[in-house]
Design a binder for this molecule. Sequence first.
Ligand code: C5P
Length: 335
Amino acid sequence: MERLIVALDVDSGARARALAAWLRGVAGGYKVGSRLFTAEGPSIVRTLVDDGHRVFLDLKFHDIPRTVADAVAAATGLGVWMIDVHASGGAAMMHAAKAAAVDRAARDGRTPPLVVAVTVLTSLTAEALAALGVSRGPRDQVVHLARLAAQAGLDGVVASPEETAAVRAACRHDFAIVTPGIRGGAATAGPDDQARTATAGAALAAGADYVVVGRPILAAPDPRAAAETIARELAAVAPPAGGAARGDRRPILTLFTRRTCRLCDEMKAVVREVTASVPARLEEVDVDADAALAARYGRDVPVLWLDGREIARHRVTAESLRAHLEEASAGRQVP
Ligand code: C5P
């Protein structure tokens, strides 16, 4: 589901990559925030981009215009799809951020990332905002900052579900609204720091273009099943607007494996033999990188997926793999 962005708020690149592979075909993009970026650095962003994923780099830049512009240019150079800055950095800072993204993308010959502004954090209550000295309530403040961001030429805002409808009414229809704070409905999670929340379906119905979901997926016993339930809730409100943009159109083989595993080595050999003549991309995922993934597939490795759908476990023959790949390339599915 193109509109579902999964927040990869985990502490290792290996786990982030395993989750991204596991959620392939369900998530429309992945958010790399300060936790993962601080632990792994830009290499995890490059890896996810190279794996064919859309990456929202959520570092919420907030600094003087020159510094933010340089940071946005560097992020653009990583090939990310979306970047955010804090609207409270001011109009000049937001303008500089957008200009830097456009300039750097033109120099690199790539599509510029969406540059969106964080308005009021979804964890802030009206009281917390007042304590910061902001006299407007959250909704009015979010709409005010969204207007400022639109005037500065940004592509959209990050806003909670409680303000989504007001922003949609105040800004032009192609101004993107990215909505975290998804709770309830299909997104089950224990009590936490999110204050201004709604279900994924309600956020979309209010006018959000993308919803960002972290813990309700990451902390679920089966993150893929949790993401699928949320994707279904979203699809009931608004069908996907089109596939995620990806340059490489080859079918993607995902091999769930582990370090010492004879059957895995055998399957890899078959995959290598077949992909030498039939185009496909292979991504290998160590199931032990994520506890839920290990619980799901630990006893069954190797498991082989083609474009997010399981096609084999334990063994695969070259003939059957070749047939699956040829059918996938032709845009059909083997029954
Ligand atoms: O786990 P949860 O679903 O709350 O994840 C929401 C994600 O969205 C977190 O990574 C958080 O940093 C991010 N975010 C947010 N509120 C904002 C901007 C970003 O919750 N205003």
